[in-house]
Write a protein that binds this ligand. Structure first.
Ligand SMILES: [Zn+2]
Length: 300
């Protein structure tokens, strides 16, 4: 098996967590509502995660005593399908769950305690969630087919300090979370202890390196401006020299012109430090501007 993505790692950790007795209904409920194939026709879950497929299978067989087959399909990106095949088993499950049919609302009686809500959100994430690699993007998505379900799910998240937004793409609604600290909240809420810390670390490293990049870009911007200004100054000085004007100027101007020609790449600040006579950056700037003015006068 190849290296898992961050999302794959998170799902594996969440899928393999121990589930309390009181949470089992809520977890199955999360899978059932968001996995979307939980009816008399089909009870199955399709997922890219092998761990998720097996833990879903174990959950169903543990709670309802049914047989669940897990098969692997797909090409380059494998998909796993956990499915209850026997008609009798399907009926047995549907007879014993209170939430057999989705009537448009999230049925909160399935949550006995706070831990059960956490398990429900975990089931939802395992069934329809996705998380970007924190070194690429900060984004968690729940892909949901029903608008009202998306809205109610978003409300439950908000009740637990997890802000989300909803967007529609094709026939699917995405309840998504973009803020880094909100994603950390979500991971912690679902119980991904170790990995939510890892996520936090990776995102802090990313935001730091973004900051460093911005600063570097800023520096190169300054360098660009320095080079451009120096070019303009040297062009003016060359022109004044060629037209015999440079030697007729005030000694202070001649001095600065020679200094600039000697150190073409230096910034103004660097030039002041090369100068043998004391001069400030603004004084230097003033004289170089004067040279450019004279050049422009002469050229016209
Ligand atoms: Zn519970």
């Amino acid at each position: 098996m190849g290296k898992l993505s961050f999302c794959g790692d998170i799902k594996k950790e969440l899928a393999e967590m121990k589930t309390r007795q009181c949470c089992k209904d809520a977890l199955v409920y999360g899978y059932a509502l968001f996995g979307r194939s939980f009816n008399a026709k089909r009870i199955c879950l399709q997922t890219e995660s092998e761990a998720v497929a097996y833990s879903y299978g174990n959950l169903l067989s543990g709670v309802y005593g049914v047989e669940v087959s897990v098969t692997r399909g797909g090409g380059k990106r494998p998909t796993y399908i956990a499915e209850v095949k026997s008609e009798a088993d399907k009926l047995r499950i549907l007879a014993s769950v209170d939430f057999g049919i989705y009537d448009g609302s999230i049925y909160r009686d399935n949550f006995y305690r706070e831990c059960c809500v956490q398990s429900f959100v975990r089931g939802a994430f395992l069934a329809c969630g996705h998380l970007s690699d924190p070194d690429k993007d900060y984004r968690a998505d729940f892909y949901i087919k029903d608008k009202r379900l998306a809205e109610e799910f978003s409300e439950i998240l908000l009740e637990h300090m997890i802000e989300s937004h909803t967007s529609k793409r094709g026939n699917t609604y995405s309840v998504y979370i973009k803020k880094n600290e909100m994603i950390v909240n979500l991971l912690a809420f679902m119980g991904a202890g170790g990995l939510s810390l890892q996520y936090l670390e990776a995102s802090v490293v990313k935001s730091l390196s973004n900051k460093i990049n911005r600063n570097n870009n800023c520096d190169s911007g300054n360098i660009g401006r320095t080079v451009e200004a120096s070019l303009k100054q040297r062009k003016a000085i060359e022109f004044l020299k060629e037209h015999g004007r440079l030697d007729t100027l005030d000694g202070k101007l001649i001095y600065v012109a020679k200094l600039r020609m000697k150190y073409p790449d230096a910034s103004l600040k660097e030039l002041t430090s090369k100068s043998t006579e004391p001069i400030t950056v603004s004084g230097l700037n003033h004289r170089l501007k004067k040279l450019i003015e004279l050049y422009e006068e002469l050229k016209n």
